[in-house]
Design a protein around this ligand. Sequence first.
Ligand code: FAD
Ligand code: NAD
Ligand code: SF4
Ligand code: FES
Length: 805
Amino acid sequence: MSKKRLVLVGNGMAGVKTIEEVLEISKDLFDITIIGEEPYPNYNRILLSKVLQGDTTVEDITLNDWSWYKDNNIQLYTNEKAVQIDIEKRVVVTNTGTLISYDKLILATGSRPFILPIPGTDKEGVTTFRDIKDTDEMLAASKLYHKAAVIGGGLLGLEAARGLLNLGMDVTVVHLGSSLMDRQLDETAAALLKAELENQGMKFLLQKNTTEILGDERVKRLKFSDGDELDCDLVVMSVGILPNIELAKNTGLAANRGIIVNDFLQTSEPNIYAVGECAEHQGIAYGLVAPLFEQAKVLAKDICGLETEPYKGSIVSTQLKVSGVEVFSAGEFIEDGNKKALRVFDEQDGIYKKMVFYEKKLVGAVLFGDSREGNRLFSMIKKRADISDTVKVSLLQPVSGETGESIVSSMASDEIICGCNGVSKGKIVQAIHEQGCTSVESIKACTSACRSCGGCKSMISELLEITLGDNFDASAHKETLCGCTTLSRDEVVEEIREKKLMHTREVMNVLGWKTSDGCSKCRPALNYYLGMIHPLEYEDENESRYVNERLHANIQKDGSFGVVPRMYGGVTSSDQLRKIADVADKYNAKLLKITGGQRIDIFGIEKDDLPKVWEELDMPSGYAYGKTLRTVKTCVGETFCRFGTQDSMSLGIALEKRLERVGSPHKFKMAVSACPRNCAESGIKDFGVVGVEGGFEMYVGGNGGTHLRAADLLGKVKSAEEVIEYASAYFQYYRETGIYLERTSKWLERMGLENIKAIIEDQKQRKELNERLELALSVQEDPWKKIIRSEKLKNELFERVTVQQ
Ligand SMILES: Cc1cc2nc3c(=O)[nH]c(=O)nc-3n(C[C@H](O)[C@H](O)[C@H](O)COP(=O)(O)OP(=O)(O)OC[C@H]3O[C@@H](n4cnc5c(N)ncnc54)[C@H](O)[C@@H]3O)c2cc1C
Ligand SMILES: NC(=O)c1ccc[n+]([C@@H]2O[C@H](COP(=O)([O-])OP(=O)(O)OC[C@H]3O[C@@H](n4cnc5c(N)ncnc54)[C@H](O)[C@@H]3O)[C@@H](O)[C@H]2O)c1
Ligand code: SF4
Ligand code: FES
């Protein structure tokens, strides 16, 4: 039987993926020809962001090199554009006059960037970000010019802006709406994202409508509808995309925004198909690879004559590829009358998680700051899983206990695990069984999974564990510090001590980090470990800290900040209250609120006003944002209460003054109650003290948050001095052995209460722990005062973005 002629127009990601799927079904069905306008073999467009950001090179993003076409007998025309289709004769005509006959024709012409219809877009220095040529243009411009304006604060614009920052440019993102990534994030997540990117050095002009690009030959300035202007010598236009449908339209195929296709990717002409960004299915033209790869699978089967499920549309998820930022969005992420949201917002650490439910189903999610659960939530959204028997908030916790079985194990074989590269669970399992893969790295090499954004890594690890069963070598799959290294927390800490490493960069270089900059998980963790190991020598890296810690205040939903001054033991004075009231009035505070830790939170302070507020308060920072001692809650105790057996306030104040400021793996809360009635809730604190006849009982590992845990009895002592000595030793032991971001409740369970007790009760070890803590405490100073004193710090942290009028 003679082969049929299959022609593909568009040598991009969706088209070539379809050909790969066809070849996998059979190499003997078709004589294949591909026409591509770009001069390259098929490459991974997604990774252009990484090329611009300096994480990889153009050479490394090729998906199928020239030899692949040859080996598969594919006739390839590059640098050639299909300009006409003769439906009667079944011939494609290219711009060079080449005639190519087909039996089946696939159009995969992708999209082109939308160019704003304003004067000046033809000036030198105005570019888009779509292909290798654009990327090269930006790389070259960064060597000659300094000020870049990126128009459009969507995924593409932000990834471009991060790349240009990495190239040393001064970058301003000009965005039409009031919040970034408005197609993927709600306002809260967008505000957190903006704050994080500002701290990386990106500048923003929101709600700015660009009306003209000014300059002579080359761009000099942008002009906005409100009359403002912005100097720039490079403009990147990233305001969305438009499907390439001209060829289809000229041929008379039905088209709307994209080329209209049915559930088998057929156009209005029986032998012509469309796939990828150029195709419109049920009114949607997708702009992400995962849905395009799903289409490719259906199309390949159909075209090869195999029975296939129809394509019914896709639910999409996105992740921003900017190092140091974890953002995930999937499905319907905005609530309305019928769709209800569940939000968890850890303001201290800038972690925000939102799930949107419709009836008994999870239909959307937004994660900021910690996106580990993204893949699992996405899988549940896609499956429309019934979650009526699940405690909803537990969906945000790692799989175990309440959430039941692992999502990966319940996935069907043809479900996609790596969306970026279209790799299914079945293909990965096959690689494990047939090619002996035992690690994510080998899976990457054998299947291409995990080669792009890395978002599928945890699922691949889980699949390896499930598939290899008893043969799974846990030590080979130990919990690494993060994806940038193969080392665990303990190994990294040991290496830092042994090799006397002093900077985060040095750790990354010497210990062979896979990324040049680390990520949002390892940078703050390394900063903590280095400070804990070298308390006197290490210079804290503010830029490695989370946004609240960097700015020493708590960012709020509306972008303003909450300020919490220290009130030792929850005790205040009329003088302090007057100052707080004055500051609140003067800086238009929106709310004054008594916190759970017995102090006052002044909400609604603008970022630029923070140093003035601190100066006028003239009180120490309450570290309400820090991974350190937060508060020591006290009851009034024997001073006023008739049940009180001990002076709880004095002890609370002494403990707070002793332990404040020094960093710990996570926040640390304390309480002192003067009798077993326990009014200060000592039983749910990291370290709680209860006054009893003849002394004090000390309780540890309590937690009153999401994972409620009653504290365990550490022991009983006679005097307040002994409490301070034990508490200090306990705190230091946690500092030295805790995993960054591990609360004491988890730490205690991991280490074992008896083991901890043995250390703290040993007089010699207790003394040594106290001495080491003393050393760390000796170099602490109040951060608010430090910033107020230093013009340089003030400028770095609170500088305004200036707009030329
Ligand atoms: C910088 C960047 C980063 C991205 N990051 C992500 C990401 O992280 N995750 C994600 O899911 N998606 C991402 N995307 C989107 C993703 O790359 C696209 O969705 C995907 O490449 C679309 O595939 P396609 O085959 O439909 O189109 P394309 O990959 O654009 O391929 C179309 C090809 O057809 C050619 N062509 C067009 N017309 C003709 C013609 N008449 N004759 C011959 N050839 C023609 C074009 O030159 C092009 O090479 C990103 C896009 C960019 C630009
Ligand atoms: N990580 C990823 O998944 C990733 C990365 C890059 C690109 N992409 C894809 O590539 C495609 C293109 O990305 P994009 O960011 O250009 O598209 P987009 O449509 O997602 O975002 C464009 C943004 O520009 C804004 N905008 C529109 N008009 C404007 C104007 N006049 N001035 C200023 N801002 C304006 C919009 O509000 C929108 O937020 C999308 O399909 C996207 O999904 C994905
Ligand atoms: S804990 Fe005891 S001493 Fe303290 S306030 Fe309550 S009843 Fe009084
Ligand atoms: S999902 Fe992006 S690399 Fe796998």
